[in-house]
Design a protein around this ligand. Structure first.
Ligand code: XIL
Length: 349
């Protein structure tokens, strides 16, 4: 840890000298992640549970205080925005976008085409390929159009590859073939030409078969003029698996392709109960990904998938696991929180 942080400080020293804070800039509030991120060139974000945002005041205050960007954890997914065909419900997502605006935060939109959390009318009815293509086109135009000008970056296509680098067998691939990915980006760009458009996946943080597939796809899409702007790495890690050691190498090859990168859903789970070693490893997992982002040229943001164990998705999805976020159920910081903050402070430029 020490060695890595020292390396980071050296790597960034030249930049620090070159660009001091502009005269008149208010002193950053170093006690928050948001304050510590100021001047680092990256935005620090969180997924937001919009029910908690409405009901839980300390949670709401922490979202506003600690983060530069927010991502709706669920409320922009197709299942939630169009539960019945032709019946749209943007209310919860609109409230989050308004909250972000009031707090000077950018919004990451999540997500437009995915194999999961689709409405049952879409997956159960037997649509023809031509109908499905039109439904997807209308969905993307409607959703991106609804939020036009209010979304910083969209996760356009989520989890399109398997870990072995083959395309995931989904409703979309089966009906439309691999071209559905390029189409989704073209439609999103048509509906909001200023939003940054991302591919997004898990297990693609290091150099491996899946990230190789993304590298090849992005290269191919960009040479064909498809408006792909970014490569998102979710960053769902677990202390029991160890952490990928080629993350810096990976983000730098996407730098070289000229696309932005982002860590979009970071959490570091563990088999319960926590102990000192796991908690320490967790802090290292969070900061490994953050350091890689800080060491990349075009890594624009680092988002945690929930910042408190009070609302984390992990215990509901991974049997016997949890404690995956930087603050506990009482919103008290864990070593991971301080590791994130210190890493940002060291990298400020
Ligand atoms: C998860 C949410 O956190 C849960 O509340 C929901 O029940 C299922 O989806 N990858 C993604 C996210 O891209 O959308 C997922 O979010 C977590 C995995």
């Amino acid at each position: 840890m020490r060695t890595a942080l020292t390396g980071l400080a050296f790597a960034l020293a030249a930049v620090t000298l070159a660009a001091g804070p502009a005269a008149g800039t208010p002193p950053p509030d170093d006690d928050t992640l948001r304050g510590a991120a100021r001047g680092t060139g990256i935005r620090i974000g969180t997924a937001v549970d919009t029910d908690a945002l409405a009901a839980d005041v300390p949670y709401r205050e922490a979202v506003a205080r600690e983060f530069d960007t927010v991502t709706p954890e669920n409320v922009m997914k197709w299942q939630l925005v169009e539960p019945q065909q032709g019946v749209f419900d943007w209310a919860a997502a609109d409230r989050l976008v308004d909250f972000a605006r009031a707090n000077g935060q950018a919004v990451r939109g999540h997500t437009l085409v995915w194999h999961s959390q689709n409405p049952s009318w879409l997956t159960e009815d037997a649509f023809t390929p031509a109908e499905l293509r039109e439904l997807l086109r209308q969905h993307i135009l409607a959703e991106v159009g609804h939020f036009k000008g209010r979304i910083w970056a969209w996760d356009v296509a989520n989890e399109v590859f398997n870990d072995d680098g083959t395309l995931r067998d989904t409703l979309w691939l089966r009906a439309l073939g691999p071209g559905y990915i390029a189409d989704a980006f073209r439609w999103a760009h048509q509906a909001d030409p200023k939003a940054a458009l991302f591919l997004n996946d898990y297990n693609n943080e290091g150099v491996n078969a899946k990230s190789d597939a993304y590298y090849a796809l992005i290269k191919q899409l960009r040479s064909a003029g498809v408006p792909v702007d970014g490569y998102g790495m979710q960053g769902h890690l677990g202390v029991q698996y160890g952490f990928p050691d080629t993350v810096v190498e990976n983000v730098r090859r996407f730098d070289a392709l000229g696309v932005q990168t982002a860590f979009t859903e970071v959490d570091v789970r563990m088999v319960l109960p926590p102990d000192v070693a796991k908690v320490r490893a967790q802090a290292e997992g969070f900061s490994t990904l953050l350091r890689a982002c800080l060491l990349a040229k075009h890594c624009v943001s680092y988002t945690v998938w929930g910042f408190t164990d009070r609302y984390s998705w992990v215990p509901g999805f991974f049997d016997g696991q949890g404690s995956a976020t930087p603050t506990d159920e009482n919103l008290q910081p864990k070593p991971a929180y301080y590791a994130l903050r210190d890493t940002l402070l060291i990298a400020r430029r």
